[in-house]
Structure formats: C-alpha cells, structure tokens
Write a protein that binds this ligand. Sequence first.
Ligand SMILES: Cc1cc2nc3c(=O)[nH]c(=O)nc-3n(C[C@H](O)[C@H](O)[C@H](O)COP(=O)(O)O)c2cc1C
Length: 325
Amino acid sequence: MKTRITEMFGIQHPIIQGGMHFVGFAELAAAVSNAGGLGIITGLTQRTPELLAAEIKRCREMTDKPFGVNLTFLPVMTAPDYPGYIKAIIDGGVKAVETAGNNPQKWLPALHEAGVKVIHKCTSVRHSLKAESIGCDAVSVDGFECGGHPGEDDIPNFILLPRAADELKIPFVASGGMADGRSLVAALALGAEGINMGTRFIATQEAPVHDNVKAAIVAASELDTRLVMRPLRNTERVLRNAAVDRLLEKEKSLGANLKFEDIMAEVAGVYPKIMLDGTMEAGAWSCGMVAGLIHDIPTCQQLIDRIMAEADQIIRQRLAGFLAA
Ligand SMILES: Cc1cc2nc3c(=O)[nH]c(=O)nc-3n(C[C@H](O)[C@H](O)[C@H](O)COP(=O)(O)O)c2cc1C
C-alpha cells in the first residue's frame, strides 16, 4: 500500500509502532521494521544519550530497514539531556523521530538539517495545526481511546480524525484504538494515511516485556481501562488493577487538593517493575481500550501481514461489493 506516510518514511506498510516506555526497545522496533512497518525505539527509556546510541546500534544490527526514535518532552522541572538525545539520533543515522508532549519546535532545525522526518503526536486538531505550522512533517492524531496520555479534550477518533483531515495539509496517521485491518481501512476512510499502534504491539512475540503483561492485555476487555491523574491535568489511560483503584480512591478523597506526591507510590518508577519483572499490581501502566480487540500474541510479521491482508479484503470485497450491488 502506498500513502504519503509510506513514502515519507520509506516503509512498505502504513503502520507505525508508537514509542512506549519500557516496551520500545530495539527488539520490538527491529521486528516491526522487518515486517514492513516503522518500529520506534523509546528514547527516554534509555537513561542517557550514550545508552540510546547503543540501543540504536543494536537495532541497526537487527534490521536494515528504516526505524525511528520517540522523544517525549515531559513537563518536568529537571529536563533530561535532550540535546544529547538529539545528537545520538542524528549521529546514529536515524531518519524518523516521533515527538510527543511539549512543542518540539526548538529541535526541528537540527533534525531537518540531518534529513530526519518528524512526526508529532497530538491529541487535538489545534495542536496538530500548531505542529504543521512549526514545520513538523506529519502528525500522529491520538484519539481519546488511546493508551497513554489522551489529553484533556476527550474527543474520540471518529470525530477527531475527520476534523484533522478537514484542517491539515501534512499527512497524518490515526492513533488510539487501532488493532486490525478494519482499523486501518476505517482510518484511511476518515482521512488518515496510516495507523499508529501502541497496545496492540505489546501483545506480540517480540515485545521484550514480561509474559504477564501480554497475558493481561489478552485477558482485558474494552471496559477495563481507567483514566488517572485527571485532577493534575496529566490524564493517562491505564489498565485497571489494585494500584489504580487505590490511586482513584485518593483522587476522590483529596479532590482539588491532590498533588503528584500523593500518588507517587502508584505512578513513579513503576514501569520496570511491570514491564520487566511482570509485577502487575506494582502501579498504573498505560493501556488502550483496544485491549478489547486483542485476543492473541502473534509475531510482528504475522500481525502486520494479517492487518494488510484483512484491509485488502475489506476494500476489494466488502466495500467494492456494496458498490457493485
Ligand atoms: C505501555 C505504554 C507506554 C507508552 N509510553 C509512551 C511514551 O513513553 N511516549 C509516547 O509518546 N507515547 C507513549 N505511549 C503511547 C503510544 O505511543 C501510542 O500513542 C498509544 O499507545 C496509541 O494508542 P493504543 O494503545 O490504543 O494503540 C505509550 C503507550 C503504552 C500502551
């Protein structure tokens, strides 16, 4: 399939694996890229720029296809060494960067100079337009369904994507709730030129996370996610567990007085315990409503081949059949 997204990133299929903390290691990024999508290493999961450089090198040893790096700009007091991470990306010859969080404008000249294409993840039309105006090459439009941070507008993709299509000139992918060929065809119909998947890619053979995490996603239904940290305007969609119930109880009882310190135990530093050790009740971890559509743990190649075959079948047979009738 050819879209502006496949052309821009030099990939066979319009399928991107979104950056995921303590999931987006070289193994997953390489597997997605080898299957014809765009795999993404999560920059900040590597504690230093040197470690990111090593991870990029490791990924390059596992694939000769294009892959990218996610850089998340966090609203924190002491910023990570972003210049160092940017240098590691450029020196590592990476040609795709997925930015998320705060405005990436400051970093665009250096990235563009090095021939890097930048896709910024946005949860609203206004942020997408801003990304376009500052010179981002593409946008990942992340609907309310998504795992991770859906923003504060709560607009689901059935509205958000056509709204983005009405306003944007640069190409965009649909992110949040994407799982299969039906998702891809629907995203294309709504104006996107590809899809970005997070949760679906965790439940794959190559995702280097504990089997408990994959099993939890397969076991979950679309009813099992919760929104946390809304009172802090840092809303995150997570899989419900005992820690999340505790966190929500604190949010309820403390109301407007809630501070980040009150919920540290449930959210700070929990990713390695969950993703690597499989201690599933250790805290709150991002997961999309799309868990309800995930029933197996295929290889990335099987997953992407299946999505593309299903999309082809839907377009050529189901949809064309309606027209013929
Ligand atoms: C476990 C997990 C961790 C994530 N970590 C990040 C991150 O560090 N940076 C980021 O930009 N997005 C992160 N995301 C969001 C994904 O990149 C992607 O936008 C989102 O998962 C799409 O929604 P879906 O899960 O419905 O496919 C994360 C998502 C999950 C599920």
